[in-house]
Design a protein around this ligand. Structure first.
Ligand code: CP
Length: 308
């Protein structure tokens, strides 16, 4: 199986073989980041453009580091200092950037579907770095790589995804990925933060953190996305934390070798206690490291090698 797509827009449209091919490529490229000279010439002469219409630390930095480690030139559109603030549309901005002949454009945008909108209109490839509450495919891929490293497999696992499911593009991408690869996903959160259609995606739904983590191989905690909430979905953060904050006592209900994940940024003391976030079961910083490897793999496959 090869990866022959112009764009990476979501996990929903990927075949399991394509996902595994990206992970295998990432695993083979990971070693480059451990070298004294962390650079190979693979993408010399290629240009990678990032457009982040929402804040980002991990995704934006790791795309840039990934591109630089492969010797590509990188350009970041600083949206707040761009002509977007003068009213230029997303489509016009993208066409103008494309006129400068980048090889790939990476976009994060608050509107679900914005990367798909551009992918239909641009000749260059488009990677979705998170669109609204829809998908965050590169996050799911780095999560899969982290799970596979810890567990040695991606099938037959019980994965609990806990928190603000309603607003989480990370949850949606991971649900698609994990169910395609044969793992069982249980989601948990307050009823107000679990969309009614979720069971149609092939997951189990519970409103109890304890039930979700019982027997889990993997616990993935999600951030409460207050910035996407026009109304309150629970009474207070303290109440939320009481019922859905992961503490050391919850880990006793899970498998002995459970791993704890979080895509970041974390609200320490709200959805996850510092003791868990920094504890022996946490693989949160491994996720970040794997973000570089997965993004190197995607740039290599889409810009360098196997594109049609
Ligand atoms: N996980 C993630 O998308 O983090 P950033 O928002 O910092 O990119």
């Amino acid at each position: 199986m090869e990866f022959r797509r112009k764009d990476l827009l979501g996990i929903a449209e990927l075949e399991p073989g394509e996902i595994l091919h990206i992970l295998d490529t990432a695993a083979s490229l990971k070693e480059i980041s451990t070298r004294a000279i962390k650079k190979v010439p693979t993408l010399r002469g290629k240009t990678v453009v990032t457009m982040f219409y929402e804040p980002s630390t991990r995704t934006r930095m790791s795309f840039e580091i990934a591109a630089k480690r492969l010797s590509a030139d990188t350009l970041n559109l600083t949206v707040a200092a761009s002509s977007a603030v003068k009213g230029e549309t997303l489509e016009d901005t993208a066409h103008n950037l494309e006129a400068m002949e980048p090889d790939i454009l990476i976009i994060r945008h608050p509107a679900s579907g914005a990367p798909h909108f551009l992918a239909k209109r641009l000749r260059c490839g488009v990677i979705n770095a998170g669109d609204g509450i829809h998908e965050h495919p590169t996050q799911a891929l780095l999560d899969l790589l982290t799970i596979r490293e810890a567990k040695g497999r991606l099938s037959g696992l019980k994965v609990a995804i806990v928190g603000d499911i309603l607003h989480s593009r990370v949850a949606r991408s991971n649900i698609h990925a994990l169910t395609k690869l044969g793992s069982r996903v249980t989601v948990a959160g307050p009823a107000t933060l679990i969309p009614p259609y979720l069971e149609t995606l092939g997951v189990e739904v519970t409103y109890s953190l304890e039930e979700a983590v019982r027997g889990a191989d993997v616990i993935m905690m999600l951030r409460i996305q207050l910035e996407r909430m026009g109304q309150m979905f629970f009474s207070t953060l303290r109440e939320y934390s009481t019922y859905f904050g992961l503490g050391l006592r919850h880990l006793k209900l899970a498998k002995e070798d459970v791993i704890v994940m979080h895509p970041g940024p974390m609200n320490r003391g709200v959805e996850i206690s510092p003791e868990v976030a920094d504890g022996v079961h946490s693989v949160i910083l491994q996720q970040v490291a794997n973000g570089v490897a997965v993004r190197m793999a995607l740039l290599y496959l889409m810009v360098g090698g196997e594109k049609e």
